[in-house]
Design a protein around this ligand. Structure first.
Ligand SMILES: Nc1ncnc2c1ncn2[C@@H]1O[C@H](COP(=O)(O)OP(=O)(O)OP(=O)(O)O)[C@@H](O)[C@H]1O
Ligand code: SF4
Ligand SMILES: [Mg+2]
Length: 339
């Protein structure tokens, strides 16, 4: 794996779903690296492939299938492993899930088994991976719940998923993901069901993990403000592709891709006087996943689309500096006319 600080390297990953209506390539050539102790933010509209990319890292992409690409993980216990080659139910991947790579799922209700208490589900992970006895595992599960601000964790541990609120379930999910101190934490919209003060508390818990345990975090969110606060780098996805990747401060101060610019323009700015002026909105709809447009997938919605180029040729992701890349013909040197 290139770069000694890289914990995970994804190269040209493609994941498709074969459906009766046709094939959906949910992840279409995604490449990125996750460095030790860093937070990579992932943003993009609904359906852009954020969750499928994340689930594929844990090899729980079914019914989707990896059609090409590599996922190389530098496992502390197993050395460098090619996750894309793993048997998805094999011992090796099961020993990596939760212990080395854990995920806070977007829908906690469907991620917890409805027939088991939180105590059973969280302690099972601790007994399996940390080899704790039942009493110690229970104690650690309670501490983990307390660390994410769960009220009355001793009671919650005896309850079933339907017995607590959506926000509490989400916190239980976060507690379970953090319980084994994973190397990589994938957080898929971890705070959407939470009020702002609980959200702030959870973000602080994650930031502290990063600082004290050097945990690497893949942080997926629609909330660009949260991403601006927590991430070191940001990857912007559109229809299964990465359209821009940059350090967080550069992405927010000088976005390059027209889609990134539109996303940023659609959020209110605290220092801007609006005087009744409306926020800019992203025009047009996300294209049908079964029928992607030819050329640049963003061209039907792009205010800078160049006729004769953008609807015909798909731009590839190219480096525009040492640590930035963008997939747009405005930055393709042979085409570039009006950046
Ligand atoms: N189980 C599935 N079967 C068929 N298609 C799926 C399945 N899961 C995801 N997809 C498709 O894959 C594409 C990407 O979905 P994904 O869930 O990764 O989007 P997302 O970026 O996480 O969106 P959101 O912001 O709404 O969570 C979508 O077109 C979606 O319809
Ligand atoms: S390639 Fe063309 S259509 Fe696509 S984002 Fe760039 S300018 Fe817009
Ligand atoms: Mg999602």
């Amino acid at each position: 794996m290139t770069g000694e600080n890289n914990l995970l390297e994804v190269k040209d990953l493609k994941v498709a779903f074969n459906m009766r209506q046709g094939d959906v390539t949910a992840v279409n050539g995604v490449s990125f690296q996750l460095q030790r102790g860093k937070v990579l933010g992932v943003v993009g509209e609904s359906g852009s492939g954020k969750s499928v990319s994340a689930r594929t890292l844990l090899r729980i992409e079914a019914p989707g299938k990896i059609t090409s690409g590599e996922i190389n993980f530098c496992s502390p216990r197993h050395g460098e492993v090619a996750l894309q080659k793993m048997n998805t139910t094999g011992e090796l991947i099961r020993s990596i899930r939760w212990k080395e790579i854990a995920m806070i799922f977007q829908e906690p209700m469907t991620s917890f088994g409805p027939m088991h208490t939180f105590g059973n589900q969280i302690t099972e992970v601790l007994i399996l991976h940390d080899k704790l006895n039942k009493a110690d595992a229970l104690q650690k599960a309670i501490e983990s719940l307390r660390s994410v601000g769960m009220p009355r964790p001793e009671k919650v541990i005896t309850q079933y998923p339907h017995q607590i609120s959506g926000g509490q379930r989400q916190r239980a999910m976060i507690a379970m993901a953090l319980a084994c101190n994973p190397e990589i934490l994938i957080a898929d919209e971890p705070t959407t069901a939470l009020d702002v003060s609980t959200e702030a508390q959870i973000l602080e818990v994650l930031a502290e993990r990063q600082r004290t345990l050097n945990t690497s975090i893949l942080y997926i969110s629609h909330n660009l403000g949260v991403v601006a606060n927590i991430a070191d780098e940001v990857m912007v996805m559109y229809l299964g592709k990465v359209v821009e990747h940059a350090p967080v401060s550069e992405l927010f101060s000088s976005p390059k891709h027209p889609y990134t610019i539109a996303l940023l323009n659609s959020i209110p700015k605290i220092d801007k006087v609006y005087n009744g002026q409306r926020l800019e909105v992203l025009t047009g709809c996300i294209p049908d996943p079964y029928n992607h447009p030819a050329g640049c997938k963003f061209h039907p919605r792009c205010p800078k689309a160049m006729k004769g180029i953008c609807e015909q040729t798909e731009p590839i992701q190219q480096a525009i500096s040492d640590n930035r890349s963008v997939a747009c013909h405005l930055y393709t040197s042979s085409i570039n006319t009006n950046r």
